[in-house]
Design a protein. Sequence first.
Length: 426
Amino acid sequence: MKLALLGCGTVGSEVVRLMRTRGEELAARVGEPVEMAGIAVRRTGRDRSHLGVDASLFTTDALSLIKRDDVDIVVEVAGGIEPARSWITAALGEGKSVVTANKSLLAEDMPAMAAAAKAGGADLYYEAAAAAAIPLMRPLRESLHGDTITKVLGIVNGTTNYILTQMSQQGVSFGEALASAGELGYAEADPSADVDGYDAAAKAALIASLAFHTHVDLADVHREGITAVSQADIASAASEGRVVKPLCIAGREADGGVSVRVHPAMIPASHPLANVNGAYNAVFVEAEAAGRLMFYGAGAGGTETASAVLGDIVAVARNKRGGITAFPPEAAYSDLPVRPIGEARTRYHVSLDVVDEPGVLARVAATFAHHGVSLATVHQSGRDDEAQLVVVTHTAADGQLSDTVEELSQLASVHQVTSVMRVEGE
């Protein structure tokens, strides 16, 4: 069984190393040896002797490598949209199964990729695309296939989880925590994909698509980053027995639709996700029959991601030996409507700076009531002629809360709505 590797960066290098050092184990698990037919790279002049493979395997012509008659499986770990899309489409068109870790491409173009896999009679596996080493895609696609998943709540980006952990445990600012993440290699030179939520949104689209058997496009995912989270938010959450976490949330709504969103949120300190700290990831799944399940582990890293890639290689190699394709990469037969963020329902933590005078609380409460948002708790603290109100609501639609905040901002007795954060996991 011969394999073409597209990309030899952090993940690709680890795939090469693991295949070289674990060749006998892989052969035993597949039923025959799995060998490297070639490795497509941007430049062939670099010294890659540390990988321990023949220099003749390296090429800059990925398409020619893909189309070679002796290639059975194509592994894409180069990332990006193009030329990865063209490479994967070409491989599937040749009837060659594909293993990829490319969350951005799959989240943007899964229907086309799934159609190409079906037309080519090939597998498309992507365990590493959502949570690196954490086995999540296969349990959603196979182990829980006979169940009905109602909600997925998870931390799927290690960089943002590390930043919020530092802010919570060390009392540092967002900027200081981000700088620390960069020094440790958790954050890229341009951290926007992580801190602005793009990485988590792509993963959320893939997770929700499998969980609810409904195609969820990247554009369907409501996205908010963590850059606005302040020490005041962290402290306010702690005073109420909660912690702030960067969450991916996908759930069935009461009307039969689904909502998918990524944003920072407060969760109870007793929730299993509250103790997932540093660069670790975890995904909490709720299903009707299985109940509550949690998948925990390293959500990033070259070795960790390569582990998931090799697991997929073994799976598709076995399928090829058996002459089958095991599962469609996306089964969207439920075709549930994906609801906009305004229809998503949760609880909210709202902080306001107000004038410290009689009647302010009544006016604020009346504004919430006017938009159908009921209050669970209200805490007021004064300072000189001003006061801070902290309101936690009962469950309401996001649109109702947005309208409430807009009206609150216009009240003469409200200086500023300083923070609005969702409350999950209760």
